[in-house]
Structure formats: structure tokens, C-alpha cells
Design a protein around this ligand. Structure first.
Ligand SMILES: [Mg+2]
Length: 409
């Protein structure tokens, strides 16, 4: 019997050495990697960890909500944990990133790496091949050192960002990259049209006609995939585009739950499914996505661009997928580099053959450096059964608190 006895939440804020300009928020200089960390500990002293990407301290009140939902829950009962997370989400919180902590805990309880718990047939997977995922829109002159850098690192695939307001450079940059890398290098492109943000500069919005024109140019260049060429909810547009071009269409990174991803399958929108286990309904839904891809003979390669812990969570999902090809490795120096991306865990470096090691230990293999957590993080919530009881008695009175406790247990 392992019950959740302690929940801790931390804001983590890691300063970058140089600002990073994400193509998905044009004009925004990102100066920090920010995320929320959850550590869940059971009454037998085993902890599970996960993290959710953050803009700032927007989750400051989250503990008051989820503490009451999760404290005392059977730690290895993922069905109930997911039920509680869903119940806590009805008023607007989107917290599937928390689910990974319970998979981490479950892996430790069962003595297995999480990816093995996600597999249908148990198989040891030691490495996962990656593609370098750039994050900024750059000219070829600015991009050239990066291309040399990743080739030197043994990486054999890259994803380029495009987002020209005048639509002149979107294809040009790809032509130049193709010329630079030669015909055999694997090149994907991300248009980041799925969830447009125009907070600073206006983001160029693509329609089906432009996406088709762009897609045909990608066909000529032999690109491996086009990511998010249209809005994430333009199911009909993606389905129509898929019939018009040869290049595989990828997407689904920010869909929030199975019912949304199901719509992508039903409309036959995509060739490659990229739901991120920290957004899409957790590793449980990632497993569901893999099953659907298997059935329909489609591809699966999760989005990982959040933080190092998010990368590890999705690495386990990817390792559980038997037809794995390439996993996203977020990398855009000088700003977005492993030591900063990971922040409080050891940097996840690429092997000389362009692969990542898949953790083989129990759980997710997340090793928090407590010194770095103290340096970059701040605990903003701690729940224990006693704290929850005191809060309930204060708010509702002893009689009601006892009645509620009786019902819950
Ligand atoms: Mg993307």
C-alpha cells in the first residue's frame, strides 16, 4: 500500500546566457527557461518527479487546488490519479504534465524504466536517434555555423523554422539549407502555424492555398516532413493539404487530451503524430496515440520542446514506440543549450552517433541536483495529510472536516 503522503511544487527559473528568439512567439526575447516541478512522495518514501513548462509563476495557486485532490491517493493507481487530474482540470487548469510524476513513481515501485511499462511487448531500447530541432528563424549565413556544429556532433537530421511575414524567404531558406547539407541529409520544416501567438510581432498566418504552394516546394526539395502548416484545429484544411502534397504532414504537439487528438485521426489530418506527453493527457494518452498510429500505419514522434525533464518524459514515450525514427532534440545555441534547458538535472548530451541514451533505471531516470534546485528553484507549495487536515478544519470546522475525511477514506 503506497499512498501519496507529500506533494511539493517548485517554480524553476534558469537564466539563459544569451536571449533566445522562439519562432513561435515572433519578436519575443526569451531570457529564461521556466518550468514548474512536482515531486510526489509516497508513504514508503518513494518519490516521482515531473515538470510542466511555464511562462512565469502562473501556477502559484495550483497547490491549493491539486493538494486536496491528490493527497492520500494510492500512488500506483494511475486510473484514480488521472481521474483526479481530470476533475481538477474542469475549471481551466491543464495539468497533464503532473501525470509523469506518477509514472516515475510507478516505475520505481515496479523496478522498471517507464518506457518498458508503456510497451506492449517488453524490449530493451538503449538509444534513440534524434534530430536537431532549431528554434529560431535565421538566414543561411546565420544558420551555417549551426549546421556545421550538428554535423560535427554526428547528428544526421535537422528541423528548420520558417515564418517570413512577406512569405519570400520561407522556401528560399530551405533551398539554401538543402544545398548546404546535400541530398542525403534529413531535413524537416516547422511552420509553427498550430497555435499562433502575436504578442509582440504579428505572426504570419497561413491559409490552405499558401500551405499548398509551400508544401509543393517542399516536395521538390525532398523534405522529410512539414510540421504544423495550418492551425491546430483546422482539421479539414490539414486533411485537404495532405491530399495535395507528397511531403508527410506532422502535428498535434499542443493538443490537450485524447478527444482532440482523436479528431485529428478521424479527419485523417496527419502522417506523423507529435503529441507531447506533458500536454496531451500524459503518458497514458501517448500510449493511446501509439496504439492508434500502429492501427492506421502512421508515424509517431513526440514534441519535446519544454525543458529537460519534459524531454526525458517524452524520450520514454518514444522508446516505447517500436517504429521509432527520430526524436526532437531542442537545440539552438547560444541561448538554448543542454545545461540551461535541463537547468536542475544533468545535461542530456548527444552521443557521437547522433543518439540519446534511454535511461534504463527504474522510473524516468530524473536526477534532480538539489543544489541547482535551490539555486534556480523556489518551493511554493507543500502538502501533507496534516496540512490538508488543518486547512480543512480552519475552513469548514472540525465536524465537517471529520465527515469529509470519513467519506474520502
Ligand atoms: Mg513544432
Amino acid at each position: 500500500m503506497s499512498k501519496v503522503e507529500r506533494i511539493e511544487l517548485y517554480h524553476v527559473n534558469v537564466p539563459l546566457d544569451e536571449p533566445f528568439y522562439p519562432s513561435w512567439i515572433p519578436g519575443y526575447p526569451q531570457t529564461h527557461v521556466r518550468f514548474t516541478v512536482i515531486r510526489v512522495t509516497s508513504d514508503d518514501g518513494i518519490s516521482g518527479v515531473s515538470a510542466g513548462t511555464a511562462f512565469s509563476k502562473e501556477r502559484a495557486g495550483l497547490g491549493d487546488l491539486i493538494g486536496g485532490f491528490l493527497i492520500g491517493v494510492q500512488a500506483d493507481d494511475l486510473v484514480t490519479v488521472r481521474k483526479r487530474l481530470r476533475e481538477a482540470s474542469y475549471l481551466g487548469w491543464r495539468n497533464w504534465w503532473i501525470e509523469g510524476a506518477f509514472w516515475d513513481l510507478l516505475g520505481k515501485l515496479k523496478g522498471k524504466p517507464v518506457y518498458k511499462l508503456l510497451q506492449d511487448k517488453e524490449e530493451t531500447v538503449r538509444q534513440a536517434k534524434i534530430y536537431a530541432s532549431s528554434g529560431e528563424v535565421r538566414t543561411i549565413a546565420d544558420r551555417r555555423p549551426y549546421l556545421n556544429d550538428i554535423r560535427d556532433k554526428g547528428i544526421q537530421a535537422v528541423k528548420i523554422r520558417v515564418k517570413d511575414p512577406a512569405r519570400r524567404d520561407d522556401v528560399t531558406i530551405l533551398k539554401e539549407v538543402r544545398k548546404e547539407l546535400g541530398d542525403d541529409f534529413i531535413i524537416g520544416v516547422d511552420a509553427n502555424q498550430g497555435w499562433p501567438v502575436s504578442l509582440f510581432d504579428e505572426t504570419p498566418i497561413w491559409d490552405l492555398e499558401y500551405a499548398t504552394e509551400f508544401g509543393k516546394a517542399c516536395d521538390d526539395l525532398g523534405l522529410a516532413w512539414i510540421e504544423e502548416p495550418l492551425d491546430m484545429h483546422d482539421f479539414d484544411g490539414m486533411a485537404a493539404l495532405r491530399k495535395r502534397i507528397k511531403t508527410p504532414i506532422a502535428g498535434g504537439e499542443l493538443h490537450g487530451d485524447w478527444h482532440e487528438i482523436r479528431a485529428l485521426f478521424d479527419h485523417e489530418c496527419l502522417d506523423k503524430y507529435q503529441p507531447d506527453a506533458t500536454f496531451c493527457g500524459g503518458l497514458t494518452v501517448a500510449k493511446q496515440v501509439m496504439a492508434e498510429c500502429r492501427l492506421r500505419k502512421l508515424k509517431y514522434s513526440p514534441h519535446t520542446w519544454t525543458c529537460g525533464i519534459g524531454l526525458l518524459v517524452n524520450l520514454h514515450a518514444f522508446a516505447a514506440w517500436e517504429n521509432r525514427e527520430l526524436l526532437e532534440y531542442p537545440y539552438e545555441p547560444p541561448g538554448w543549450v543542454p545545461a540551461k534547458r535541463e537547468g536542475i538535472i544533468p545535461p542530456i548530451e548527444v552521443n557521437p552517433d547522433g543518439t540519446l541514451d534511454v535511461p534504463q533505471e527504474s522510473g524516468l531516470g530524473i536526477h534532480i541536483n538539489e543544489r541547482l534546485l535551490r539555486k534556480y528553484g523556489k518551493r511554493f507549495y507543500l502538502a501533507t495529510p496534516l496540512r490538508i487536515a488543518v486547512k480543512t478544519i480552519r475552513e469548514k470546522g472540525l465536524k465537517t472536516a471529520l465527515e469529509l475525511k470519513r467519506k474520502k477514506s
